[in-house]
Design a protein around this ligand. Structure first.
Ligand code: IVH
Length: 762
């Protein structure tokens, strides 16, 4: 934990702590708004403000007029001309959990005097993680765009906003005399990835030329903020910014509205970008369900959101409840757990994958991010470490978004120790064999090319037993390593021929040894309750059981007595393999024999062959024997396979050791037969049918499978080659608009059923 983040290291005196927090927050504000170069994550910043607010709530006499809790946004920078907002741009109050969201709703409903059970109508929106903007149209022409600034005065960024493709310069005829819209300028994730790739490319060249790398954007929000505040609007124009409008500001000479939803519809009608996920919901339960849905599903979007915003839909009633000094009472931000936090980088290690590819990864001081505690995060490859310039000892930004593997985004600069040395990529494999690592010219990956490498072997067995392949439950990293260590298996076929009696003997021996070592440790330390952690090398060496060499093998006994950490983890893992656990594992191994052929193919660890290629091969050739016998040309002719995969599969089977392995797997009774051909006519041969929204009779996967079974494809987006778009409930507007633009037929579920039957559109 960083100093000040959890508040535990602050002085006990609340006045002093509040003053210290104010200074710290002011410092971060200056970095963030003045230089677009924050040095802590939003979540850590929020925590500081929350702590200050808690102190001020407990001690109201400590509130100062200039306290950051009393104002809305950023001080105005001197780079851009100031713009006074026609109506103040206020901030929102936050709810960090379901209870405080419900409490806000209850308070609001009480103020409104709503009878229990009466619908209130909440407009629910995504909270876009970008930069707030106000845009003014006069007589339909964009005349001014300004950032929020301190809420009353913002910065004139008109020239920059005019470069954003999503923002119309003109509104259709009949626009009001004055129309102010508010929204969020953001950078999509894909645009951000392109920007990052570009910046990393530039840095690679700089590094190659012996120059220092330039700072790279750490997340889409900072990239959007930095891009929007470019002095040269030409730079902004290259940054692929976008915008979602979420609020109508001042209107003069335009229509009057009773509902927020109607204002958004009006803006959308006028060609302004309005997010398609807005919903008006009548109860707090449904509002909470909306929030939870997006909390779980945020990864599906191509832009970052940091929460949901819930607003009273009825505009007249908004006036009834009004504002506090900082924020409207009629709206609240439901904040998701942060996806980014800062923490200390303790060291960088390298892991070896199933193909020998090495991946540098960060050892971190544990940090709670994206809903989980993270102590390791990937750094991808050598170039990324260099481009990001993260060094062991640095405070770094860690990101964990959805199911994505946690990654280190970059260092927090300026670093506390400017002389901290750079990290260099190791030249030898971290495994006991320590073979030389190679990085082929022009490639970004560094590989261990030793076919005997035990780390590669364990990764490939883990992969075979993993979810995406044969799915042997309970056979993860630790057990795989143990089985390899103990010589219980050497390759994946051995999994079906484990000497379980031997495992049991080992368990007894190691168990006895671990107990004896613990007793020795207790005697040595005089602590009757000492735990396994106090066992040291002396205790291990002194207690080697008589049968150790016979049961474990002399080599392993030497290794275990020389490495206490290894002894401890071996003892732990082996002890977890009692009769019940073994029976479970045996059942899981048995069950894996029935996996469909594509899973087996994926498990074989053939370079370039992923789930889609495996599925295509299994379906087209129908049997493992046929795949083994097929020429590269025959395989390349299968749709979805292509020459690279075909050549790689052929080369794999040309290796005699691999053919032996397959023969042993076949002998062990694993399924080698492909899926049965569906008994339907290929009425959609070569046609693309896009499905959007929820259907009654099909899940998304079922609809896609039905299309595929008839020879068709089911892509995720509409193009001019799309045959038809099937719309279910709550379909996204963008696909429909696209279909209309391109003249692609749009059909409902009944027509879809008919289409599956006949291949004809009604
Ligand atoms: S409404 C008075 N709606 O979040 C209401 N804000 O933490 C003004 N934001 O300043 C804001 N998505 O920059 C609103 N759908 C949304 C939003 C949204 C993102 C931002 C906005 C605001 C900040 C408040």
């Amino acid at each position: 934990m960083l100093p000040g983040v959890d508040g535990t290291d602050g002085p006990d005196d609340p006045a002093a702590r509040a003053a210290a927090l104010r200074d710290e927050i002011a410092d971060h504000d200056e970095r963030y708004h003045g230089h677009d170069a924050p040095t802590i994550s939003d979540a850590d910043y929020d925590a500081l403000v929350r702590e200050l607010r808690a102190i001020e709530e407990a001690h109201p006499e400590l509130v100062t007029p200039d306290s950051p809790t009393q104002r809305v946004g950023a001080p105005v920078s001197t780079l851009f001309a100031p713009v006074r907002h026609r109506q103040p741009m206020t901030s929102l109050d936050n709810a960090f959990d379901a209870d405080s969201l419900a409490a806000w709703g209850d308070r609001l409903e009480k103020r409104l005097g709503t009878a229990p059970g009466t619908a209130v109508d909440y407009a629910c929106e995504l909270k876009i993680d970008g930069v707030a903007i106000s845009i003014v149209y006069e007589d339909g022409r964009l005349v001014q765009a300004a950032t929020r600034g301190d809420g009353r005065v913002g910065e004139d960024v008109t020239a920059n906003v005019l470069t954003i493709a999503a923002v119309p310069h003109r509104l259709p005829a009949g626009a009001p005399r004055v129309l102010e819209v508010r929204g969020e300028v953001y950078m999509s994730r894909s645009a951000f990835a392109r920007l990052q790739a570009h910046q990393e490319g530039v840095n690679r060249e700089r590094l190659a030329g012996g120059r220092k790398p330039q700072p790279v954007a750490v997340n889409p929000r900072n990239a959007a903020a930095g891009s929007l505040r470019q002095k040269d609007a030409g730079v902004t124009a290259q940054r692929e910014l976008s915008m979602w409008c979420y609020q109508m500001g001042e209107v003069d000479g335009g229509p009057r509205f009773g509902r927020h939803r109607e204002t958004l519809d009006y803006l959308a009608e006028a060609g302004l970008p309005v997010n398609p996920e807005v919903r008006v919901l009548p109860t707090l339960d449904e509002v909470l369900a909306y929030c939870r849905h997006w909390e779980a599903d945020r990864g599906r979007l191509d832009y970052d959101i940091d929460g949901a915003v819930v607003k009273l839909d009825d505009l007249a009633r908004r006036d009834e409840v009004g504002f506090t000094s900082r924020a409207p009472r009629w709206a609240i931000a439901y904040k998701f757990p942060p996806e980014e936090r800062t923490t200390r980088l303790l060291g960088i290690d390298v892991s070896v994958g199933r193909t020998g590819r090495t991946t540098p990864y960060a050892q971190l001081e544990p940090v709670f991010v994206g809903g989980a505690t993270v102590s390791q995060a990937t750094l991808h490859n050598e170039d990324q470490v260099a481009a990001k310039d993260v060094r062991p000892g640095d405070v770094v930004v860690v990101r964990r978004a959805g199911d994505v593997i946690p990654e280190v985004v970059g260092p927090v600069l300026p670093r506390d120790d400017p002389d901290r040395p750079r990290w260099t990529f190791p030249t030898s494999c971290p495994c006991p064999r320590g073979s030389t690592l190679v990085r082929p010219e022009g490639e970004s990956d560094t590989r261990c090319v030793d076919p005997e490498c035990p780390f590669q072997r364990s990764s490939s067995i883990e992969h075979f037993a993993g979810r995406g392949a044969m799915d042997v439950e309970g056979f993860g990293e630790q057990r795989v390593r143990l089985f390899l260590d103990l010589g219980l298996l050497a390759d994946v076929a051995d999994l079906y021929d484990v000497d379980w009696a031997r495992l049991d003997a080992i368990r007894t021996t190691v168990g006895t040894w671990a107990t004896a070592a613990l007793d020795a440790a207790r005697e040595r330390t005089g602590d009757a309750k000492a735990r396994a952690a106090v066992i040291d090398e002396g205790d291990v060496v002194a207690t080697v059981p008589d049968d150790a060499d016979d049961v474990l093998g002399a080599e392993l006994v030497v290794e275990l007595t020389a490495d206490v950490a290894r002894f401890r983890s071996t003892a732990d893992t082996v002890r977890g393999l009692g009769p019940e656990a073994v029976a479970k594992l045996q059942a899981a191994i048995d069950a894996s024999r029935e996996r469909p052929l594509p899973k087996l193919l994926v498990g074989l660890n053939i370079r370039h062959l992923g789930p889609a290629g495996a599925e295509a091969l299994a379906e087209a050739l129908g049997h493992l024997d046929a795949i083994e016998a097929a020429t590269a040309e025959q395989m390349a002719a299968v749709e979805g396979v292509g020459p690279t995969i075909a050549a790689s599969v052929r080369a794999w089977f040309d290796d005699e050791a691999h053919r032996d392995l397959v023969a042993r797997l076949r002998g062990a009774g694993v399924n080698v037969e492909g899926p049965e051909r569906p008994d339907v006519a290929p009425v959609l041969e070569g046609r693309a049918v896009v499905v959007t929204g929820t259907l009654d009779g099909f899940s998304r996967d079922e609809a896609a499978a039905a299309i595929k079974a008839r020879g068709g494809r089911s892509p995720g987006s509409v193009s001019k080659s799309t045959f038809a778009v099937v719309v279910g409930a709550d379909a996204g507007a963008s696909k429909l608009t696209k279909a209309e633009e391109l003249g692609v037929p749009v059909i409902d579920e009944a027509a879809f059923v008919a289409l599956l039957d006949s291949g004809e559109l009604p």
